[in-house]
Design a protein around this ligand. Structure first.
Ligand SMILES: [Zn+2]
Length: 474
């Protein structure tokens, strides 16, 4: 590093120093470009963390005296994973109120930085944070970019653009959408355009549109929050300003409006149909089905959880099954599928389950392990900012890679075991994040709910029959 820094610092002496290179000897190398891993390859990157050479050791450039070597010859080396659906602002929230209300934006930003590092330590070297409060994600992005902290590359959105009866407009009208909420309420197309311009001025990379409403038709179908025309206006303005548009759209109607308007990335899309697929193929919209959040909700929710009492796991299971049929259809028709988890909720804590998405792509969508790895690297990268710099290990791209002591091509589930991730490099630099314990109750758990049951005489009697120790306390 010293030689490289001196070279930049002392321009007049340029030429006297040869810039340091770093050599990485790989046991197996999965470049992201094809489905196989090659054995005995070497990566070479320069002092800026840009790859110069990727290939057999014997064809590699000659090593100079001050070059650095990482010996990963016992490891499987692959591009850093990308998660396009990780909310840095949420803090492992247990409720929507927890997301929107209980902690100041400044604390949420510090918390978000801590959690961004946890995601990087889990092998994810780039994330998209789609839907934010204040300017949390873009501040984290900038602080990491400026070198203040180690962390993943962040693609940042601002607040969801929403409207009355749209997603994130949860609270009664007499409360409205608080300024600290993840939603920004707009009431006209002109206001939507103004909000998009304001967010772009602030520095976002993408605009998140809350395209599902919270109302349903009699047949159960979700009503879109915005009209098709309004969606087009927002997407056109986003694209005019050179940014990408993301929509939250579970329902068919919202998915169709998103696809027809050319929204770059559609989250969920459980109820997509042939019309949606045709529109996606025409405009180039891609889908991130986001399997981890619903599967974790189905698999982990316990009887004492309010979500359970409201029947959420059963509802989620039905929606998931419908989604799997439709996502497979879209994939077969040629719609790219991106991996993302909706990390940031209590059911999807940071860095814990990000890699579960790859397992679920294999298990529930019929991907091969290699196709799942490519979805989480090369395919995701196509959507990301600096996308032509990440996702694939080839000369000219960034040396963002991870070293594993197993082959995910043989067992994709092992990617969730953080002990098996032996090294994480971002732009060449090895990132080491200490596994720091913390008190979750001082980080997120601020909602004022005290009980999850209603203790009528009848209920207490029932509980005493089930749990005799309550009777003993009488
Ligand atoms: Zn989300």
């Amino acid at each position: 590093m010293t030689a490289g820094m001196l070279k930049r610092g002392l321009g007049s002496f340029e030429g006297e120093f040869t810039a340091m290179k770093t050599f990485v000897r790989c046991g197996h190398l999965f470049t992201g470009q094809d489905d196989e891993a090659r054995s005995g390859d070497t990566l070479v990157f320069d002092e800026h963390g840009t790859l110069d050479y990727v290939g057999p050791e014997k064809g590699a450039p000659r090593r100079a005296r001050n070059d650095q070597v990482f010996d990963y010859s016992a490891y499987f080396v692959m591009p850093g994973l990308v998660d396009v659906h990780t909310h840095l602002a949420y803090g492992n929230a247990k409720s929507e109120e927890d997301i929107d209300l209980y902690s100041p934006l400044e604390f949420r930003t510090l918390r978000g930085m801590f959690f961004a590092q946890k995601v990087a330590a889990a092998g994810f070297t780039a994330i998209c944070s789609p839907g934010d409060a204040g300017q949390i994600s873009l501040s984290i992005r900038n602080a990491i970019r400026a070198g203040l902290f180690d962390g993943p590359r962040v693609m940042a959105a601002g607040r969801y653009v929403t409207t009355h009866q749209g997603l994130t407009d949860w609270y009664p009208t007499w409360i409205g959408v608080p300024e600290t909420s993840i939603g920004k309420l707009v009431t006209t197309s002109a206001e939507a355009v103004e909000e998009i311009r304001r967010q772009v001025k602030d520095g976002v990379d993408c605009i998140k549109i809350a395209l599902d409403g919270i109302q349903r038709r009699e047949n159960g179908e979700l009503v879109a929050a915005f009209t098709h025309d309004e969606t087009e206006i927002m997407v056109r303005e986003t694209h005019r300003l050179g940014k990408k548009a993301i929509a939250h759209a579970r329902g068919r109607e919202a998915t169709l409006y998103a696809a027809r308007s050319g929204v770059d990335l559609i989250f969920h899309a459980n109820h997509l149909d042939d019309e949606c697929i045709a529109a996606m193929l025409e405009t180039g919209s891609v889908v991130c089905p986001t399997l981890t959040h619903p599967r974790n909700t189905i698999d982990f929710t316990q009887p004492h959880d309010p979500a359970y009492q409201r029947g959420r796991p059963d509802h989620t299971r039905r929606e998931y099954e419908i989604g799997c049929v439709n996502w497979k259809k879209a994939r077969a028709a040629g719609v790219p599928m991106l991996t993302g988890t909706d990390t940031g909720f209590a059911v999807t804590p940071y860095g814990e389950w990000n890699a579960r998405e790859l397992e679920l792509f294999v298990e529930d969508l019929g991907f091969t392990p290699a196709a799942a790895l490519r979805a989480a690297t090369e395919v995701n990268a196509r959507f990301m900012i600096e996308g032509d710099r990440i996702g694939v290990l080839e000369p000219g791209r960034a040396a963002d890679f991870i070293a594993l002591d197993f082959s995910p091509l043989s067992d994709i589930r092992l990617l969730q075991d953080k002990c098996r991730i032996r090294a994480v490099h971002i732009a060449g630099k090895e990132i080491r994040i200490p596994d720091r314990p913390y008190d979750p109750r001082q980080v997120t758990d601020f909602a004022l709910v005290n009980w999850t049951d209603l203790y009528t005489r009848e209920r207490v009697a029932e509980l005493r029959r089930q749990r005799p120790h309550l009777a003993a306390a009488e």
